[in-house]
Ligand binder design. Structure first.
Ligand code: ASP
Ligand code: MG
Length: 409
């Protein structure tokens, strides 16, 4: 049986009217003799509201109870959507992660799927019913409910598309697709027609929020083509696909620009330049579950060096306290923190075959008199940390320098 998987995000099912809208779209897209699986997120800001409710009751709830609580949002939206579909005369059944047989590991609030038993889904599809699945959730071996991390309904959809060998996985959201930059920051940003998994992964981990990066990882691993598009109009969106030969040879060198204003920078000065010191600093930070992003170490002068790195801003206070302690232990100098930074990045597989991309980026920032504080690169990405107030201007000038506004022509 030919199967299609669709996923509707929280804003697409935010209220009764929007759920009815989704029901109409779903029924319209149903093809006779084919299977349709629809994954939904929780209505609007339900997940955030549940989290803040829990905070009023217990600031440190167990992760098991957290999952038990936040998974309810998707149970509500899936049942309501199934009802809406039935009200319009089609057959539907809603299923929780448990009923679908989504088995995950034990890591509550950020669980990973390891097995899906598709039998129940297939049975329902063969019965001619549209299967509406509560996204974001699974169960572990102990039969406790787990959730897949914020934005995890995307991962549910991609994983179901993979096990069902679906023809396509359509991700419906409130924007028309993936853009060359955030249109709120760069008004000239245009919708990207096609992007490869690796570019999408870089953009998603840099903060482009249209799709969860774990979902992209999954799609890449199982070669699921994603179509990110709007649930409010019929326009085609963005296809996320495998890198096809020639993609990096095209004239499009850079696929997108991203701006992250949610990090902070810490520097530890006069660090003794000896083997094992960096390991000691970062092991300590990792043990406290703090995700470090960019790291730079200066060349050593007289046996000492400065080490700077960035962390998510909400982790700044915790990291700085920790770093003060480590600085004492390793007999380093001061700890400096800088909250007002922005990270601007350019991403594109075309970088692999086009020299001079970094030079163009730095020249562009120089022309704008924007000072670069840190640089990091991967094969298909270059990021610069700049002052927070320069962030938006940096993104706009890079978007223009790489002619991203002309991409669709
Ligand atoms: N409702 C969950 C969240 O807000 C999962 C999702 O929307 O995909 O993170
Ligand atoms: Mg969401």
């Amino acid at each position: 049986m030919k199967i299609t998987v669709q996923k509707y995000g929280g804003s697409s099912v935010a209220d009764a009217d929007r759920i009815k809208n989704v029901a109409r779209r779903v029924i319209k897209s149903q093809q006779p003799g084919e299977g349709l699986v629809v994954v939904v997120s929780a209505m609007g800001d339900t997940t955030d509201e549940l989290i803040s409710l829990s905070q009023q009751i217990n600031p440190e709830p167990s992760e098991r109870e957290m999952d038990q609580l936040i998974s309810t949002g998707e149970q509500i939206s899936s049942a309501l959507l199934a009802m809406a579909i039935e009200h319009n005369g089609a057959k539907a059944v809603s299923l929780t992660g448990n009923q679908v047989g989504i088995q995950t590991d034990d890591s509550h609030t950020k669980a990973r799927i390891f097995k899906i038993d598709s039998r129940k889904m297939i049975e329902e599809l063969e019965g001619g019913r549209i299967v509406v699945v509560a996204g974001f959730q699974g169960i572990n071996i102990k039969k406790d409910v787990t959730t897949l991390g914020r934005g995890g309904s995307d991962t549910t959809a991609v994983a179901l598309a993979a096990v069902l060998n679906a023809d396509s996985c359509e991700i419906y959201t409130d924007v028309d697709g993936v853009y060359t930059a955030d249109p709120r920051v760069v008004p000239d940003a245009v919708k990207i027609e096609k992007i490869c998994y690796d570019e999408m992964l870089e953009l998603a981990s840099l903060g482009t929020k249209v799709i969860q990066n774990r979902a992209v990882e999954f799609a890449k691993k199982f070669n699921v083509v994603l179509h990110v598009r709007s649930s409010f109009n019929e326009r085609p969106g963005t296809l996320v696909i495998e890198e096809v030969e020639g993609m990096s040879m095209e004239k499009v060198v850079i696929r997108g620009v991203s701006l992250n204003q949610e990090e902070a920078k810490l520097t530890i000065t006069l660090v003794p330049d000896k083997p094992g010191i960096a390991a000691r600093i970062f092991k300590n930070i990792a043990e406290n579950n703090i995700n470090v992003d960019m790291i730079i170490q200066n060349v050593s002068a007289q046996g000492f060096t400065d080490v700077s790195f960035t962390v998510p801003r909400p982790e700044l206070a915790k990291t700085s306290a920790l770093l003060e302690k480590i600085a004492g232990e390793i007999e380093a100098g001061k700890v400096n923190v800088e909250e007002k930074i922005a990270k601007v990045s350019i991403v594109g597989v075309g970088m692999k075959s086009h020299p001079g991309v970094a030079a163009t980026m730095f020249e562009t920032l120089a022309r704008e008199k924007i000072n670069i504080m840190m640089i990091s690169t991967s094969e298909i990405k270059i990021s610069c940390v700049v002052r927070s107030e320069d962030g938006e201007r940096a993104a706009r000038s890079l978007h223009q320098a790489f002619e991203l506004d002309r991409e669709e022509e």
